[in-house]
Ligand binder design. Structure first.
Ligand SMILES: [Zn+2]
Length: 264
């Protein structure tokens, strides 16, 4: 991807994080606020099971996905991938990586087709952002995910209604490594993990959903293995979002096709 587009993406992400359509409650300041039912969709901010950590990788598939899968395989842990259809890489070009992630038992989830802020789109456009990727997933892994992460964490009531109609659970995060703001700064992201994992009181609390971006080489190939090793040493279970919520695996995907023509 041209670097100007990458910078534009980072700038857009930064802006949207500051002014997301619905203020995202900080679960750290309100530990009871783990999930809420808003409109038709469940919104998840944090794990419910103590001692778990759900590391999530956004914006792939991309050129580092296979290396990241090797790292996860070598440590026998599972993660969650919020894949796009066409952002850094085009999903058809990385179909083998998506299939490997699914077959390895990681949670494969939607991050929409091309990473637009859903709250800025018409209902028809927002639905298309979901359905284009649903179709691509069906072609690659035979099912489509029921978990999704809204680009920029940006949600409003119309988007929540659409997500609910399509049986999605929206996953935000409780810990942002901010690797998007400092993509080449290993220490800045890793310190977030150290602060989280070195505090032994956290182990008895509901686990965290940590935001990372696999399109960043430092994140995928350097921070991920170090963070996972630290989590394992500290006694955490490194699991998928579904697992950290106690949601059985067969709920993570569906074969049902939902009519979207009402928005045409
Ligand atoms: Zn993203």
């Amino acid at each position: 991807m041209p670097s100007f587009f990458r910078l534009a993406t980072i700038a857009a992400l930064f802006t949207a994080t500051l002014v997301s359509a619905v203020p995202i409650s900080d679960p750290n300041s309100n530990p009871s606020f783990l999930q809420k039912r808003a409109g038709g969709a469940t919104v998840v901010y944090r794990c419910t099971i103590p001692g778990t950590i759900a590391i999530t990788f956004d914006d792939g598939p991309f050129i580092y996905t296979n290396g990241l899968l090797d790292i996860l395989r070598s440590r026998n842990v599972k993660a969650t991938f919020f894949f796009n259809g066409n952002t850094y890489g085009r999903i058809e070009d990385f179909a083998a990586s998506v299939k490997s992630a699914y077959e390895d038992g990681h949670q494969v989830a939607s991050h929409t087709w091309d990473h637009k802020d859903l709250t800025t789109l018409s209902p028809g456009e927002a639905v298309e952002e979901l359905t284009k990727l649903e179709d691509a997933f069906r072609g690659i892994i035979g099912v489509r995910p029921t978990y999704m992460r809204p680009p920029f964490g940006s949600l409003n009531q119309p988007v929540l209604d659409i997500l609910g109609q399509r049986n999605y659970t929206a996953v935000v995060w409780s810990q942002d490594t901010q690797d998007w703001a400092h993509p080449d700064d290993f220490n800045a992201s890793y310190q977030v993990y150290e602060q989280l994992l070195n505090n032994t009181e956290n182990l008895g609390q509901p686990g965290h959903i940590v935001l990372q971006h696999e399109v960043n080489q430092v994140t995928a190939l350097q921070i991920a293995p170090m963070a996972i090793d630290l989590a394992l040493v500290r006694g955490y279970k490194v699991v998928t979002v579904g697992e950290c919520l106690g949601d059985p695996k067969n709920n993570w995907y569906t074969t049902s096709v939902i009519d979207s023509t009402i928005y045409d």
